[in-house]
Design a protein around this ligand. Structure first.
Ligand code: XMP
Ligand code: MG
Length: 185
């Protein structure tokens, strides 16, 4: 075990499965957007790893931009009120926008983000999330592309962090039970 892996309880989605699924999503997105160009909007920081790999499987012309957001309220739960820490550089009016997320939990953050983006009149606005925890959903948000549905456990790796660590793991793991602070994030 490398020191980066201390704290991993178990591997939930091995590296090879992540890679295969990312390629499948890329093929599906490339087919759906054939003849159009795409703007991938990544939500910092967790989505960076997924987005970089996904983009390299796309065969349509694409650009990227990023947003950084922070949720108000208790550390363990999304309040649904989101502060934009870094906004997009690009004007998305008339663009085909695909929001790329690492994980959707309650859906409150994404729901707020989608309202903000929709108001800017993109030609198309869809979401691609690597992971979703359906059990935790509090608000319906249409997610067009989903990598994996996972149970309600705190996951780390492939961009996902616990206290900013573990993002560099090439697989999705579950945080060791000894480290779970009774929080869900
Ligand atoms: P909501 O509840 O608004 O929150 O959908 C989504 C955000 O919550 C974080 N999150 C996690 N981060 N492991 C993480 O590292 C997890 O299991 C987890 N569940 C939720 C994440 O920041 C996501 O964007
Ligand atoms: Mg986090």
């Amino acid at each position: 075990m490398s020191s980066a892996e201390q704290g991993v309880g178990e591997i939930l989605i091995p590296e090879a499965d992540v890679r295969t699924r990312v390629a499948e999503l890329g093929a599906e997105i490339s087919a759906d957007y054939a003849g159009r160009d795409l703007l991938l909007v990544g939500v910092l920081k967790g989505a960076v790893f997924f987005m970089a790999d996904l983009m390299r499987t796309l065969s349509v012309p694409c650009e990227i931009d990023f947003m950084a957001i922070s949720s108000y309220g208790a550390a363990t739960d999304s309040s649904g009120v989101v502060r934009i820490l870094k906004d997009l550089d690009i004007n998305i009016a008339g663009r085909n926008v695909l929001v790329v997320e690492d994980i959707i939990d309650s859906g409150l953050t994404l729901s707020y983000l989608m309202r903000s983006l929709r108001a800017r009149k993109p030609a198309a606005l869809e979401v691609c999330a690597l992971l979703t925890k359906p059990e935790r959903r509090e608000i319906e948000v249409p997610v067009r592309y989903v990598g994996f549905e996972i149970p309600n456990r705190f996951v780390i790796g492939y961009g996902l962090d616990f206290a900013e660590r573990y993002r560099n793991l090439p697989y999705i793991g579950v945080l060791h039970p000894d480290l779970v602070p009774g929080a869900t994030r």
